[in-house]
Ligand binder design. Structure first.
Ligand SMILES: *Cc1c(COP(=O)(O)O)cnc(C)c1O
Length: 223
């Protein structure tokens, strides 16, 4: 299936209030360009250098999202090119994004990544840590980051009910944080990938991150 056809099918499936992020990690610039020509403007990458290289090669009206584990020493390189960082998984990282953004005189939009899966390999804050962050006034220390919402990944399992429960718990946390009314710009709940986005949308996702359904399987052999 061509990239354009895959995008067209997805767009028909997805409600208008859900944003489609095309995850282009490992795929060449030509594949991104094909999706761009088909109208896609938001792309997700999980390696800093790959995002920067693609951003410098491809049209300037593309919105680049960072979705991978981010090392603090790479923040500075990433910031000029990124429009949303989905994967803030520690206060240390948030602090570095704050200070590097201050140096650049800009505000950076981020999501807090929440650990909802049962696997213990996934990065992220626990729901309790997220609650504590917002109920204490810790969030006030960050004037150069805009915490726009939450991101999570469900367990990689065929158990649909477990996936649903995990997304459901993230949506509840999102509603709590948003309902607290501390930050008026909290609006993004990033959950759902190729294998589970219909469940994520049913559970209240506002942004899905879809790679292989658009670009085909990834090959990591060259990386
Ligand atoms: C790779 C990746 C995706 C996309 O995965 P697919 O299964 O190819 O849709 C989504 N989110 C994150 C965080 C990823 O690393």
């Amino acid at each position: 299936m061509s990239i354009a056809v895959a995008l067209e099918i997805l767009r028909r499936e997805i409600p208008a209030n859900v944003t489609l992020l095309a995850v282009s990690k490992t795929h060449p610039v030509e594949a991104v360009r094909e999706a761009y020509v088909a109208g896609q403007r938001a792309f997700g990458e999980n390696k800093v250098q790959e995002l920067v290289n693609k951003a410098q090669t491809l049209p300037a009206d593309i919105e680049w999202h960072f979705i991978g584990h981010l090392q603090t020493n790479k923040v500075k390189t990433l910031l000029p090119f990124v429009s949303l960082i989905h994967s803030v998984d520690s206060l240390k990282l948030l602090q570095v994004i704050e200070s590097e953004s201050a140096k650049l005189g800009r505000r950076t939009r981020v999501l807090l990544q929440v650990h909802i899966a049962q696997e213990d390999t996934k990065f992220g804050f626990t729901p309790e840590e997220v609650r504590a962050f917002f109920t204490t006034s810790d969030w006030k220390a960050y004037s150069h980051v805009e915490i726009a919402g939450l991101m999570g990944m469900a367990s990689n399992t065929n158990d649909r009910e477990q996936v649903r429960r995990e997304f459901h718990s993230l949506k509840k946390l999102f509603d709590e944080v948003k309902g607290a009314g501390l930050l008026e710009y909290i609006s993004i709940l990033s959950m759902g990938m190729s294998g589970d986005y219909p469940i994520a949308i049913a559970e209240g996702s506002t942004l899905i991150r879809v790679g292989s359904r658009i670009f085909g399987a990834r090959s990591y052999t060259k990386h």
